[in-house]
Design a protein around this ligand. Sequence first.
Ligand code: SF4
Ligand code: SF4
Length: 465
Amino acid sequence: MAESIQKLPEDGFRINQFPMAAHGFFRKYRNLSQWVFIAIFIILPWVKINGLPAILINIPDRRFTFFGLSFWGHDAPLLFFVLASFSLGLLLATSVWGRVWCGWACPQTITIDGLFRRIETLVEGNHIARKKLYEKSFDKEKIVKGAIKWFLFFAISLILSHTFFAYFTGSGKLLSIALGPPSENLTTFLIVNTTTLVILFNFGWFKERLCTVICPYGRLQSVLMDENSLVVAYDEKRGEPRKSCNTDSEETGDCINCFKCVAVCPTGIDIRRGIQMECIACTSCIDACDEIMRITKKPKGLIRYESENGLKGENTVFWKMKTNIYLGLTLLSVIGLFLFIFNRSGLDITVLRAHEKPYQVLETSKEKTLIANHFTLNLKNQSSLKMEVDIIRTDTIGNTKIEIIASALPITIPPGEAKKNHIFIKFPKSILDKKSHHKFQLQVTRKSKDTTRKYIKEITLVGPL
Ligand code: SF4
Ligand code: SF4
């Protein structure tokens, strides 16, 4: 066997990979985590919390539901905190644990390894049988197995694309669209089926090429990681010189040059050549080598999670300055996200002075001058419940009565909808200060289900000087 399988030889054509199945400690936990992630992805669109889908990204209505909470287009700052928390968390994880995201949580790895490769193995057999089948010319067996494999790939792609769209349309609506004639929802039908083909192409054929040729995250590793970051690494000091046919009598390291670590590698690299951009930290080579170490009665961990410093026999410093900065920024973003969510009001109220004259003098007498100010009250129901909104009609300042006229109130506002109302505030001129202003607190009440909440909006009443 060649010492290294080149993914991209000079002629530009990729050599197809037929990774051998690895078994061991990491494989067991990766299987478990893959099933958990796949189950969450498939089940989540069907789960309802407070009568709402657990996650729904309704772009046409600019409405988003997230675990029982509803958000609207104007909650866009929330997106900033979500993206910042995710990106900074990823930087933090990469700086400490290297490409742990790629190996354990990336949808590309999970779907290929957890679904598509399992189907391939089920239909075509182990890595040797798959390679043999690939290399042989077309015959009945190759055609039949190929047809079954691609049929199952297509079925899985259909499920994945429909599940993906359920996050945007809601599972119920997607089901009715899927069961109805395509002509009734031609655009959705075309988008979902194009997505199915993209998924089929990506996970069925393109596979790890996305990780090694396209994904920018892999290329950022050299910037994000340092000599203290954990990576899947071969312990050269312990493994070299490797055992080979003509070195039987010499003193050799623990590596018996069995190439099992290369055979299990989904990206086809030889980890013994050092840390490489193509390594997605899937840990298969760790399991494969540990098995060899068990057979040769050597300690496990010739290939292991280790930092560059650890390989040199130096201490690994996890919590260095860079990591602390990432941690601090991640915590700030997460705190910002929670503050935003918990301080968000279910009712958005904006009170604006109407465009006409700032005030009207209603009556003038010796005793008093009565003035009216006209405002528009813009109300937006940001909650997931229907609500009834009203204002407190009268107020007093000392012994002076202030009257608020709002003929269209109370008003019922469905979730996500906005309503506009006119209000007139009648007050005597005597309450105005030298600048003919008076700060007034408008009291708005909101009733939804069994709860009533009161909001105070401060507005300025004006009159003639
Ligand atoms: S699996 Fe271990 S022993 Fe075998 S070639 Fe790889 S590093 Fe050497
Ligand atoms: S080198 Fe090891 S950890 Fe990296 S991709 Fe290959 S098998 Fe996975």
